[in-house]
Structure formats: C-alpha cells, structure tokens
Design a protein around this ligand. Structure first.
Ligand SMILES: Cc1cc2nc3c(=O)[nH]c(=O)nc-3n(C[C@H](O)[C@H](O)[C@H](O)COP(=O)(O)O)c2cc1C
Length: 199
C-alpha cells in the first residue's frame, strides 16, 4: 500500500513517524537530534539540541542532567518547543508541548543502556556549570576509571528523563516556487483539529 500523501494523514504521530523514518534513511550522524526550546522564569528563551530517542502517542522522551539550565527553565515553565529540520528532505516539524519528568524506573532503564563511559562522564559532569576546561573533565573520567575500574555505575539522582506531551504540530513540506505546504494539528478534547497555513 502506498504511504499516505501529506493531506491524507489525520494523526500527527503517524505523520511524524513517517517523516522520521524517511530521515533515518539519510545516514545522518545524529538522526535523533532535535532543537529543544525553553523559556526562563523571566521570559528569556533558550534553545539547545538534545537526542529524542523515543516518541509515541505517550510523548517524546529525552534525558539530561536535572541541574542543567534547561531543567531550571522547565521547572519554572513546563511549556517547550521542539524543532526538527531535515535539509536533505526540505522538511520542518514544529512541536509545542508540555514536559513532565519520567519515573525513576524509566530513567533507570535508559541509563543502563548507555555505555559505561557515558555513565561515568554523566555522573562526573555538572552540566551547565562553569569549568576550567573540558580536559579537566576527561582527566576526572580517566582517574575515576583507574580507581574504580570500567564498571557500570548507578544512575545519579540528578540525571534522568523527561517526557514532552505534544499539543500542537506543524508540518512544513518544501515545494517549488516557495509554494510550501504547511499542515497544523491542534489537540482538542475530541481529537486533532487539522488546518493548513499559507506558506
Ligand atoms: C547532537 C547533540 C546531541 C545532544 N544530546 C543531548 C542530550 O540528549 N541531553 C543533554 O542533556 N544534552 C545534549 N546535548 C548537549 C546540549 O545541546 C546542551 O549543550 C546541554 O544539554 C546543556 O544545555 P543547557 O545548559 O541549556 O541545559 C546534545 C548536543 C548535541 C549537539
């Protein structure tokens, strides 16, 4: 059966999944990378790339240091924005949503799947705090491994996952002569309301 056309999709998660599948065929270095935007308590926006390893109708999940700037923003304002752009496909997806922490059990599952060196580095890095140099962090990781061996470590309490529940998606499909397609899905009590925007 042929894939639905842009207009035929009626569920944003299925639409997103199809576009994500297409992007995974591009041999990207970081196929799960997405720009996550937050807003601080004083209304100042900020953005950074994170890895969104899983998504489903239950939400989009990322993992980070809970003492980082992004989580300080999220603790004050749970509204976030995710921005995907696939240059080779000439496609963009914008997602608004709200964020909530994952359970410790879910964070543990992901933590255990990370490489031991990543576990150690995440445990030793005070993300978003000033440091002398990244060499000093490499050195701390090497020293830690020398003293303790290359063994899995327990997930620190300051590291964990968050789930973003989308409330609005906008899919942008690049066309010729700037006649791009824009399709919006907005969450309503009865389901997803679909509309189209001029390019
Ligand atoms: C490709 C790529 C993937 C990244 N993935 C993550 C991630 O999954 N989690 C994370 O905390 N930071 C990730 N980072 C680092 C963030 O962009 C950022 O530097 C860090 O989280 C600190 O952000 P903050 O000070 O705004 O909290 C990634 C950066 C890049 C370029």
């Amino acid at each position: 059966m042929p894939a639905p056309s842009f207009e035929e999709y009626d569920n944003p998660f299925i639409h997103f999944g199809a576009w994500m599948n297409a992007s995974e065929k591009l041999d990207l270095k970081e196929p799960f990378a997405v720009t996550l935007s937050t807003v601080s308590s004083s209304g100042i926006p900020d953005a950074r790339v994170v890895l969104m390893k899983t998504f489903s109708e239950m939400g989009f999940r990322f993992f980070t240091n809970k003492k980082s700037k992004k989580i300080s923003d999220l603790n004050q304002n749970p509204n976030v924005h995710l921005l995907y752009y696939w240059d080779q496909l000439h496609r963009q997806v914008r997602i608004n949503g709200t964020v909530a922490p994952l359970t410790d059990a879910d964070s543990d599952i992901y933590w255990r799947n990370r490489s031991i060196k990543s576990q150690i580095a995440s445990m030793l890095s005070q993300q978003s705090q000033p440091i002398q140099s990244s060499d000093a962090l490499y050195q701390r990781v090497d020293e830690y491994i020398e003293e303790n061996g290359l063994e899995p470590v327990k997930r620190p309490e300051f590291w964990g996952g968050y789930n973003i529940m989308p409330t609005r998606f906008e899919f942008w499909d690049g066309g010729e002569y700037r006649i791009h397609k824009r399709k919006v899905y907005e969450q309503e009590a009865s389901g997803w309301r679909i509309s189209y925007l001029a390019p």
